[in-house]
Write a protein that binds this ligand. Structure first.
Ligand code: AMP
Length: 213
């Protein structure tokens, strides 16, 4: 199973990708997470990507395609992959199809999260995560059960993404609307595109995705 969770920043696709991956034993591949890891480790890719990411712009197609290609061909991806934040341009989508074809695979399912831009911006501003295990939280909708302690791993260290401020988030939304939304007809034509209400509560969205799988 190769599925793509498709939607603007803050729509909840990262949260859903990690829930579904756990449940179905799929591998969750987020190009944003992979790039942030590269930035943290100061790799060549990370150094190049850091300032682009801080400006809310898209990293070049070549860079993200290479990161995905290296990872998706690993053995543990054979059972199932959830792509989160990739592809984001038509050339990434076409390149993904080519790399899958080389391995006799194809994209099976694309799920679009339908949401509203203003709600997205406040969601983005409120979000933070555990710096140890990556579990996601939000000031408005999902605080840790015990204040200051991660529900999953008990750590008390939390981080906020540098690009999760209103100004950069608005730029990320603009780039989504300009460069990524035009991808939808590509998947619609293949008849593998389904749209869901991304504003429903987390459990409802998960159930909907599970039924589509
Ligand atoms: P995300 O965590 O998906 O919101 O991604 C954070 C940032 O990483 C984006 O604003 C881009 O700068 C970069 N990025 C992530 N995925 C891609 C992609 N598929 N193509 C280009 N840039 C990306």
């Amino acid at each position: 199973m190769i599925m793509i969770l498709f939607g603007p920043p803050g729509c909840g696709k990262g949260t859903q990708a990690s829930l579904i991956a756990k449940n179905k034993n799929y591998i969750h591949l987020s190009t944003g997470d992979m790039l942030r890891e590269a930035v943290k480790n100061k790799t060549e890719t990370g150094i190049k990507a850091a300032s682009i990411m801080e400006q809310g712009k898209l990293v070049s197609d070549d860079v993200v395609i290479n990161i995905i290609k290296e990872r998706i061909e690993e053995k543990d991806c054979e059972h199932g992959v959830i792509l989160d934040g990739f592809p984001r341009t038509l050339s990434q989508a076409k390149e993904l199809d080519n790399m899958l074809l080389e391995n006799n695979m194809n994209v099976d399912l694309v799920i679009e999260f339908a949401v509203n831009d203003e709600i997205l911006l406040s969601r983005i501003e409120g979000r933070f995560s555990c710096s140890e295990c990556g579990s996601g939280y939000n000031d408005d909708t999902k605080m840790p059960l015990k204040e200051g302690i991660c529900d999953e791993c008990g750590s008390s260290n939390f981080i906020r993404r540098k690009d999760d401020n209103r100004e950069t988030a608005s730029k990320r939304l603009e780039s989504y609307n300009r460069e990524t939304l035009p991808l939808l007809p590509y998947y619609k034509d293949k008849e593998i595109l389904f749209s869901i209400n991304g504003l429903a509560n987390i459990e409802k969205v998960t159930n909907k995705i599970m039924s589509l799988i």
